[in-house]
Design a protein around this ligand. Structure first.
Ligand SMILES: [Zn+2]
Length: 116
């Protein structure tokens, strides 16, 4: 059996990847840094978000569609970034709820808002 020789940049899990070995030769290049496509996608998106190429909302959508069930074991920087975002959303949700209760009759439809 092969030994785990790499550590995922996002979740910190160790895994095995050997770009020069026949078994792993055809595997995607992100395997240099990440043990799963899920981690790769999240990390990639976090970088785009950090560079302001993704909005908070877009980033949260990606998080929603990804697996962050093991967030607590993620490496420090991505974990902090994700947690910051999730707490921002919590604040937003509270704000929306407050306005909703104040003017229940005129709740704007979410889907028609913020369209470019
Ligand atoms: Zn990972």
């Amino acid at each position: 059996m092969s030994k785990n020789n790499r550590k995922c940049y996002l979740c910190g899990k160790t895994y095995y990847y050997c770009p020069n070995c026949t078994n792993d030769y055809n595997k995607p290049t992100w395997m240099f840094m990440f043990e799963s496509e899920n981690c790769f996608k999240i990390f990639n998106a976090l970088q785009l978000h950090y560079q302001k190429s993704l909005t908070d909302e877009e980033m949260l959508t990606i998080i929603d569609n990804s697996d962050i069930s093991e967030l607590e074991t993620f490496t420090e920087i991505p974990k902090r970034q994700i947690k910051d975002l999730l707490s921002k959303r919590k604040n937003q949700v509270t704000e929306i709820n407050e306005t909703d209760t104040q003017k229940v009759k005129t709740v704007p439809k979410k889907s028609t808002r913020n369209k470019k």
